[in-house]
Design a protein around this ligand. Structure first.
Ligand code: BTN
Length: 325
């Protein structure tokens, strides 16, 4: 069978199994949908099993024993399709950085909604020149391409929007995260996820934004101890493994719903209360680093542009750069 057909058949099989999950689909139905014989279906299922997909055969046909925690586009695109249709997945088993790759794809004209995801990053990047640590099979590392027709100064608030979406996704899984301005997600006072927003401008408009997200999903205690800052994981906090694809699906659903409105209205104000409700250190002393000199004062929350309001002595300041130390 030509490679192209095989690819489509894998996707057809995985889509039907996902739709039926945890139930079964007959070989006959898969064959009819894919336009191939039942023997061809069986052969393709064997290949998918060899790749590690947990497909079980029985007299009822085929079924998924569990939802695979994998990023192959033939699985991930159908998995995301129901909640977030139209996401185009670019998957690499290994890449230097999903954000670096997606920036290059953006320059080549990749459309909004392109998702670049990898099992392993060899040079994951964090904010302010830091590196981002992740482990294959345990971490969720992806970058998402956005092309809002808005001014670059306004677009900085997109990083806060992503923070809220990540928090909502984790809340949906039973966690109680808080946000450390501008874009760290904390659980139990430790960092569980980070966001890196990179923007290219053309005259006074954004030409692309690459939203890079790293989540410590199933890292174990021993994986976390070498990290230079206090880090945690969903597994460590919740005590049970979490499906990375589910974190991704929930994040994209929350983020895209907000992003569409944000892009249309060109205003972050509707999310100020959502952000401040989850803001770590609200009403407490903070130091903002990353600018010429640090600023210390009481955190008053973000304003309608996403800037952090800080009371420094008697004076309120609007901070648009740096991060809470
Ligand atoms: C930070 O907290 O400093 C931001 C971390 C962002 C890490 C993610 S992982 C996926 C994407 N690719 C990268 O190289 N970085 C971002």
């Amino acid at each position: 069978m030509p490679a192209m057909n095989r690819l489509n058949l894998s996707r057809t099989i995985l889509s039907l199994l996902l739709e039926a999950f945890p139930g079964s689909v007959s070989g006959e139905k898969i064959g009819a949908t894919g336009g191939v014989s039942r023997v061809a279906v069986w052969k393709e299922v064997r290949k998918l099993q060899d790749l590690g997909f947990p497909i079980v055969a029985s007299r009822l046909g085929y079924r998924l024993a569990s939802i695979p925690d994998r990023f192959d586009p033939d699985f991930l695109e159908p998995y995301l399709e129901r909640d977030v249709p139209g996401i185009r997945v670019v998957y690499r088993e290994e890449v230097d950085s999903t954000s670096t790759l997606l920036r290059a794809l953006a320059e080549e004209g990749a459309p909004e909604g392109t998702l670049c995801i990898a099992e392993r990053q060899t040079r994951g990047r964090g904010r302010r020149g830091r590196s981002w640590f992740s482990l294959p099979g345990k971490s969720l590392t992806f970058s998402f391409l956005l092309r809002p027709l808005l001014s670059p100064s306004f677009c900085a608030s997109c990083t806060l929007l992503a923070g809220i979406a990540l928090a909502e996704a984790l809340e949906g899984l039973g966690f109680s995260p808080v946000l450390k301005w501008p874009n760290d997600v904390l659980l139990g006072g430790k960092k569980v996820a980070g966001i890196l927003l990179e923007t290219a401008t053309d005259l006074d408009e954004v030409s692309w934004m690459v939203l890079g997200v790293g989540v410590n999903v199933n890292l174990e205690r021993r994986d976390l101890t070498p990290l230079p800052f206090q880090a945690t994981s969903l597994l460590f906090e919740g005590g049970v493994p979490v499906l990375r694809v589910e974190v991704l699906r929930r994040f994209l659903a929350c983020f895209l719903a907000a992003y569409r409105r944000w892009k249309e209205e060109g205003d972050f104000s509707p999310w100020v209360a959502d952000y401040n409700r989850r803001l770590a250190f609200l009403g407490r002393s903070v130091t903002i680093v990353g600018g010429k000199s640090p600023v210390s004062g009481t955190a008053l929350g973000v304003d309608g542009s996403g800037a952090l309001r800080v009371m420094e002595g008697e004076k309120e300041r609007r901070i648009t750069w740096g991060e809470i130390a």
